[in-house]
Design a protein around this ligand. Structure first.
Ligand code: FAD
Ligand code: MLT
Ligand code: ZN
Length: 475
């Protein structure tokens, strides 16, 4: 079925024949199972119904595909590792899925200029490995790194667990190559650290969720490897202590590289669902904070920091990772929350952000709201990148619960949460994006004027509206 506002000028069979001629039979998928698998992302809320899936191997392929789709008014869904959490890569309306998995070459690592040039289909893990092999460090880090691709990271402006120290994806991108809706290849690939010559157009594409162009190549910033990382997990009695702990850490430690939190419910579910998971704590605690610091100088810095936190009554217990196995175990308690929740029940996700000084007031008001609204069989699980003011709220109900009822109930609570959030001037998406799942809620964060400029921007770069139609907002 063609996308609603487009009127395709070719038959499906002609389009498929064109793509097969261009890419070869193997790289055009039309079977039912393939359409289902490649037409969706991690969300699995919308039924995937792409017209077909195409797997280009070069920028020129992507250019020819888009040029053909633009001429013939065929909707396109750009697609990477399909780990997205807001249905941005979902093709539920007859789109051509253009997936970049075959474009997975790392072209250059410059150990003097500290840059890496890669095709968009390279996984985040492969980028980290390539940096490491060259004695360097690529700081974008997220639990989906084995599968998500740098093109997807750029399109979502992914955040992850090291943003507090190194910034998110936007901060790592020095240059971009993008194919526009018309098929034009826009080369913004100059890898200069300083370049004030007019508008920096690449930033428009970062976080644009595949609606303005297909990212085909990127030049990324590398940095020296962090030295002597130390990790502690802390038990915390009340939420108000968490921003205070952050303040103490920022004042006393030169280099906080991660500051993550999760609640007891999240902790319990990971221990239940993750084979081999272990906690260092005997007693349960309402909140846990994972603190990673780089400690290149004085050895006892982390111990001193924890002592100060105990003395100020901000933490009730703590454990320092004594070796690499414990390091992995502690990180595992945080990084496996998403997969453990998915195994545990049906999940609906919010990914919100607030200014750090507003967190406590917001969470207090949120708890009052949840107390009155939460159905008995629904667990509300908080975790996230709290050092960045980014809170993940997950509504979790048993898998036996009727899915429609579950989403309707969670939606009612969610609307209350978003209204509250707007009164605190927060954002409904800190890092996952808007996609299909949150477009009706964009107004909670963006003004009418902002959305109207977004629409005009979209119309300028993609006048026929072929790129990821229906994502972020409707035209
Ligand atoms: P996809 O899901 O394939 O696509 C995402 C969006 O990008 C879609 O709108 C798609 O159209 C577009 N797109 C994909 N490739 C291109 C391209 N080459 N050009 C233009 N547009 C493109 N996210 C975070 O920010 N922080 C986290 O800590 C985090 N942790 C996660 C942990 C787990 C276990 C999972 C499952 C997800 C997590 N995510 C996280 C979400 C997800 O991994 C990120 O959004 C990631 O950046 C998506 O990359 P992808 O390649 O999988 O993109
Ligand atoms: C995370 O921080 O683990 C991710 O953003 C995934 C999620 O929110 O489930
Ligand atoms: Zn996250």
């Amino acid at each position: 079925m063609p996308h609603k506002h487009l009127s395709p000028k070719v038959m499906r069979s002609d389009a498929v024949a064109f793509f097969k001629k261009l890419l070869g039979e193997t790289y055009v998928l039309t079977g039912e199972a393939d359409l289902k698998a490649w037409g969706t992302d991690w969300t699995k809320v919308f039924e995937p119904k792409p017209l077909c899936v195409v797997l280009p191997s070069s920028t020129e392929d992507v250019s020819k595909i888009l040029s053909y789709c633009n001429t013939n008014e065929l909707a396109v869904t750009p697609s990477g590792g399909r780990t997205g959490l807001c249905a941005g890569a979902v093709a539920s309306d007859g789109e051509i899925v253009v997936n970049l998995t075959r474009m997975s070459k790392i072209m250059a690592v410059d150990t003097t200029g500290l840059t890496l040039t890669a095709e968009a289909g390279v996984t985040t893990q492969a980028l980290q490995d390539a940096a490491k092999e060259n004695g360097l460090f690529f700081p974008l880090d997220l639990a989906s790194k084995g599968t998500c691709q740098i093109g997807g990271n750029i399109a979502t402006n992914a955040g992850g667990v090291k943003l507090i120290k190194y910034g998110g994806t936007r901060e790592q991108v020095l240059g971009l190559e993008v194919v526009l809706a018309s098929g034009e290849i826009l080369d913004m690939n100059v890898a200069l650290r300083k370049n004030n010559s007019g508008y920096d157009l690449k930033h428009l594409f970062i976080g644009s969720e595949g609606t303005l162009g297909i990212v085909t190549k990127a030049v990324l910033r590398l940095m020296p490897k962090p030295r002597n990382l130390q990790l502690a997990i802390m038990a915390v009695g009340d939420f108000i202590s968490i921003p205070k702990i952050l303040a103490v850490c920022s004042q006393k430690s030169a280099s906080v590289t991660a500051f993550e939190f999760f609640t007891e419910v999240a902790h319990k579910i990971v221990l239940q669902r993750l084979p081999g998971a272990r906690t260092p704590f005997k007693d349960i605690s309402p909140f846990y904070v994972l603190l990673e610091i780089e400690q290149p100088g004085r050895e006892p810095e982390l111990e001193e920091l924890l002592e100060a936190l105990f003395e100020e009554g901000l933490i009730t217990d703590a454990a320092i990772a004594a070796n690499s196995t414990q390091f992995k175990e502690f990180w595992g308690l945080r990084e496996n929350i998403t997969e453990s929740l998915a195994a545990h029940g049906q999940v609906r996700k919010n990914d919100i952000s607030l200014a750090i000084d507003k967190l406590d007031g917001f969470v207090k008001a949120l708890q009052v709201l949840l107390l009155s609204k939460r159905p008995k069989d629904m667990e509300i699980v908080f975790f996230g990148h709290i050092g960045d003011g980014n809170l993940h709220i997950n509504y979790v109900s048993p898998k036996t619960r009727d899915s429609k009822d579950f989403h309707a109930e969670a939606r009612e609570i969610e609307e209350g949460v978003f209204k509250l959030l707007a009164s605190f001037k927060g954002s409904i998406s800190a890092e996952h994006g808007i996609g299909l799942t949150k477009k009706k809620d964009l107004h909670f964060t963006r003004t009418d004027s902002e959305v109207s400029w977004m629409r005009m921007t979209k119309k300028m770069w993609d006048p026929k509206g072929i790129l990821n139609p229906g994502k972020i907002f409707d035209l």
